[in-house]
Ligand binder design. Structure first.
Ligand code: SAM
Length: 231
């Protein structure tokens, strides 16, 4: 038996590659994007009433992680990448039907466009459905999860003076909170947990249209080296 689903829209996101995207929504409030709805959902009627809602659930496709062969067990990065778990015990991207779900902040509603923040979505992500967050039903006070009991521990983020000036310049040009975005994302420590970085090793990721490069001058600390136009 098969069912047909098709996207109601696509996300234009600050995240242009998977590396350095936070592992869940809400971890980087400065991560912003626009969900562009497609016909017939680009009509004003489809979003009427949404201005009364602060957050929405997005159901989406992990379009850059789709696989033909379903996995029963996965190795979540959260557990260091070397412990395997039943796929249904995790939020791993490699999963049956490749469906993700995120609660994101709804900053502005326009016919055909939702302005969203606190996102963990790659640019171009196809969105299958949008539902209002309903606090009385969606907050479960007694909920526990001992696999992921709290948000990841943050690490310190420092800047070279020149890198901070570059980021401030691009933030102004883009009219985006780029400095906060970089700090919030790098504080999550995007490096795979199994990699022990030497201070010489440099890492990089693209946010909006800029490449950000950083290194670890000592364990548990990031220093941003440069923020330059993406190649
Ligand atoms: N909040 C969602 C969930 O629980 O279903 C996503 C959790 S998943 C662990 C988050 C990661 O998915 C991000 O760090 C990013 O690397 C990856 N990701 C985001 N959008 C994606 C996409 N469209 N295709 C593939 N991977 C994506």
């Amino acid at each position: 038996m098969s069912y047909k689903v098709s996207p109601v829209g696509f996300v234009h996101s600050c995240f242009k590659e998977k590396f350095a995207i936070p592992r869940q929504p809400q971890l980087a409030p400065a991560a912003r994007g626009v969900l562009e709805l497609v016909a017939p959902f680009d009509q004003g009627e489809a979003v009427q009433g949404l201005e009364q809602v602060s957050h929405v659930w997005l159901l989406f496709l992990f379009h850059q992680a789709l696989e033909d062969k379903p996995r029963l067990k996965v190795r979540p990065p959260r557990l260091g990448g070397n412990t395997s778990m039943g796929v249904f015990a995790t939020r791993a991207t490699h999963r049956p039907n490749g469906i993700g779900q995120s609660v994101v902040k709804l900053d502005k509603v326009e016919p055909g466009r939702l302005w969203i923040s606190g996102i963990d979505l790659l640019d171009g992500t196809p969105v299958l459905d949008i539902k209002p967050y309903v606090p009385y039903a969606d907050i479960v006070d007694s909920a526990t999860n001992t696999i992921a009991s709290s948000a990841p521990q943050l690490i310190a983020v420092q800047w070279l003076k020149t890198a901070l000036q570059q980021a401030q310049g691009h933030a102004e040009r883009l009219s985006e909170p780029l400095v906060a975005l970089i700090e919030q994302c790098l504080a999550q420590d995007p490096r795979p947990a199994y990699q022990v970085p030497t201070s010489e090793r440099e890492y990089g990721a693209q946010f909006w249209d800029v490449d950000v490069r950083w290194h670890y001058p000592e364990p548990g600390m990031i220093c941003v080296l440069e923020v330059v136009p993406a190649q």
